[in-house]
Design a protein around this ligand. Sequence first.
Ligand code: XIL
Length: 345
Amino acid sequence: MAFSTNFKVLGTMTTTLLLLTAVKASIAIPSTGTTSLREEAHKKNITIGSGAINPTYLEDPVFAAVLAEQFNSLHPENEMKWSFINPSPGHYNWDPIDRLVDFANEHDMLVKGHGLISSCCNPDFVVNITNPEALRAAMTTHFEAIMHRYEGRIDRWDVVTEALKTMGGGLNANDFSRQLGSGYINEAFRIARAASPRAKLYINENQVEVLPGKRQELQDLVSGLVADGVPIDGVALQMHITEVAPVPGVITDMVRFYKALGLQVEIAEMDVHTLNKTLETQIYGAVIKEALEAGITDISFWGFTDKHAYTWVPGAKPLMFDENYKPKGAFYATHSALEDFVDEC
Ligand code: XIL
């Protein structure tokens, strides 16, 4: 009896496996004709990721297949920003991030946290706090809830995103600086470190690769944090590039500067916004090559398919795969940079 029941279970499992294999085989993924980015990255101990992963995109089997095939890390788009994940006191939308974390686990990928303090998206209950102590308490509750839930499954976090004004010229005024002054950055890192002692903690910033004044401001800000003993592990360069490539050497200089402070630099959200496809390909290749040679070991893009691109340049298609998941020049330039890279350390 027991034997026949087990036999039935085995039979059902075999059928399920056969069905899964059939479904997989029926997904038409355009071939790149190469190894995957993740295979090349793995050979050199590089983390190669895609951010801007809205968990609903995973319902598209081709999206899910290309993501898992090409990348060994992922992070969310907006789903971890405060108003998305915690719209009212005590209420957390865990499902979207759980979905990402489960997917990553199934496909042996890392997950990065993005949006603990972001430049947008704070719920009314946070915006309406008028007392610094209450805001500190809200930050602590929020960080602990999220970081504890994903302890051991999310290995690194953007703790503060876009602290500086977009074009430089001082700190962004936000819901946190209004109550806590510029010290909110310091406090956010301390709260994050207490909540997750082993995770890597990053400050995430845009445009510093193209704006020398802003680059200096970030260096001053981060040097100050380090001098104050703030628990920060690194700087996440967004690297959203519009038309103009960073001047050669700038990424290398930044890595050198932060390394001297004991910090890592990562590329966190790269994409290239231009209508010129040749330029797009060149920029992808040049940035990834320089980043790898400078010692950057963690590179993520802000998505990978133009089907789900976030762009401010009308008509631009900023990512490595087109809307139908066909690899573009940008993919091959990135792949070659990874393949050609020789780690001399
Ligand atoms: C963007 C999202 O992609 C958009 O959907 C949203 O409307 C605005 O925010 N830098 C960041 C990301 O750190 O969180 C931003 O994401 C893009 C710029």
